[in-house]
Design a protein around this ligand. Structure first.
Ligand SMILES: C[S@@+](CC[C@H](N)C(=O)[O-])C[C@H]1O[C@@H](n2cnc3c(N)ncnc32)[C@H](O)[C@@H]1O
Length: 237
């Protein structure tokens, strides 16, 4: 039996792919991340087992090794298994570890893409992430290092690329992240938009500049997932 590693998109069930919706309706077991909301979980067949294996804000409910073990164990029962991940599974989704565990167990799988948070945030802003003569590059970066703390990026390259930066998981180490970008030559006045809960009714949009971002975001104190978009494509503040 094939396992499906499925992207759930940013939260709005209308942004699921038709394939994702069909797989959810037919699954016997769904292992999902904690960010997957009730409207999407409601599409799962009532008789299916729904297992929350999510991790949020460093609060670990299930370790990655345990998720991999559970995924393999469930797949070996022969049931129809969907591993449902927020956004697109190939972007900051720990997909590699899960595919490796399945390969080692000789279990076939298929990856089903989803709408990533940066696309949902850009749609909410009615802004194109790339723009002729304004933003010729789009960098998708994490604001969170694998070893806890700031990630190791080529900050100079990011600051000087002159395109759009989409920063995932950027809230926790935000002051350090902004300091790195400014020190690397990014303009203090660069427009930034923080989008919380993109695509959902709770969506919040905060516009500011790079230099003011840590203070403005600390005041707003969002408790949902936040995607940061930085660059001239975001327009005037
Ligand atoms: C572990 S990453 C997973 C990203 C996901 N695979 C994707 O493609 O969107 C989680 C981060 O994605 C961003 N994120 C996910 N869903 C979001 C949403 N609906 N609104 C804003 N940011 C979101 C936040 O930066 C959050 O901290």
């Amino acid at each position: 039996m094939k396992v499906f590693l499925v992207g759930a998109g940013p939260g709005d069930p209308d942004l699921l792919t038709l394939k994702a919706a069909r797989l959810l309706t037919n699954a016997d077991v769904v292992l999902h991340d904690s960010l997957i909301g009730p409207a999407i979980l409601a599409l799962i067949h009532p008789a299916a087992d729904i297992i929350d294996v999510g991790k949020r804000c460093g609060k670990i409910s299930t370790s990655q090794a345990e998720i991999c073990r559970l995924l393999v164990e469930t797949a070996l029962t022969g049931k129809r298994v969907v591993r449902l991940k927020g956004g697109d599974p190939t972007i900051f989704g720990r997909l590699t570890e899960e595919m490796e565990a399945l390969r080692q167990a000789k279990i076939t799988f298929e990856v089903v893409p989803g709408v990533t948070a940066a696309s949902a945030a850009a749609a909410a802003l009615q802004t194109s992430l790339t723009q002729r003569n304004v933003a010729r590059t789009l960098h998708i970066v994490t604001g969170h290092g694998a070893e806890r703390g700031l990630p190791v990026h080529n900050w100079a390259a990011l600051a000087q690329a002159g395109g759009t930066l989409a920063i995932y998981m950027g809230s926790k180490y935000l002051p350090g992240l902004v300091t790195k970008l400014l020190a690397a030559g990014a303009s203090a006045e660069l427009p930034v938009v923080a989008v919380e809960w993109a695509s959902l009714p709770e969506q919040q949009i905060i516009r500011t500049s790079l230099v003011k971002l840590p203070e403005v975001l600390a005041k707003a104190d969002p408790n949902g997932p936040v995607l940061l978009l930085v660059g001239l494509a975001l327009g005037s503040i």
